[in-house]
Design a protein around this ligand. Structure first.
Ligand code: HEM
Length: 196
């Protein structure tokens, strides 16, 4: 008994938190993630979505053919077999100058589904760790769709790398006007897509 009492007292002495060493440990704090930066929506819809719809030469195990990333059997939203990357082929560009296209309205659009799925296949700020780039390059990974971009100097690969490497500033959302500088001239409506 004396030994038991001494043991309990010593456990209390080891910082068991509350007075009862056998009580539950303090609850684990799990603060909400607030740090995530966003990629640009306007650069996506003008410069990246067209790549997902383009007819590209692909090489699957030496068999060369032409296909689109968004096609059925590949990344089509309903009939694709392409894992988590899903593309709505019929998604229309959203007119961001139209005041009716509020952030909530844009986030309900098909184009936003393509943006969100593509952003989900990226490690924001780090293109060479992003499946959206490494898969079509087969860079240290296999790809069900084979080699789509011959190497990192491919124009489409450079655009995808540019988009992922330039997230919007901390605290700003995917519609930030900071994206203007991703175009030349710096106007998404008239400017050409910059790339790496
Ligand atoms: C620019 C074009 C393409 C891009 C950016 C792309 C990107 C990707 C990405 C990011 C994944 C991984 C998805 C996950 O994390 O679950 C993936 C997987 C896959 N892709 Fe593609 N892909 C492209 C073209 C294609 C094409 C043309 C085909 C079909 C011929 C295809 C077939 C597949 C399949 C079957 C998978 C699942 C197996 C795997 O993980 O490799 N892809 N692709």
């Amino acid at each position: 008994m004396a030994l038991g009492a001494a043991l309990l007292l010593s456990i209390a002495g080891c910082g068991g938190g509350g007075s009862n060493p056998l009580s539950n440990p303090p609850s684990v704090e799990n603060p909400a993630a607030i740090g995530g930066r966003k990629l640009s929506f306007v650069y996506f819809q003008k410069c990246i979505n067209p790549i997902l719809l383009a007819s590209l030469q692909i090489n699957q195990g030496g068999v060369v053919s032409t296909n689109t990333c968004a096609s059925s059997g590949c990344h089509d939203n309903s009939t694709g077999t392409g894992g988590a990357l899903r593309v709505v082929q019929s998604a229309q560009p959203v007119d961001l100058a139209n005041p009716a296209n509020t952030p909530d309205a844009v986030r309900a659009s098909d184009m936003y589904k393509n943006f969100y799925s593509s952003q989900g296949s990226a490690v924001i700020g780090t293109p060479l760790q992003s499946r959206l780039l490494t898969k079509p390059l087969t860079l240290n990974v296999l790809h069900g769709g084979g080699v789509v971009f011959a190497d990192q100097s491919d124009a489409n690969a450079r655009r995808i790398a540019y988009w992922i490497s330039r997230p919007m500033p901390q605290g700003q959302d995917e519609f930030s006007s900071a994206a203007d500088s991703m175009f030349t001239p710096a106007d998404p409506a008239t400017g050409a897509c910059n790339s790496l």
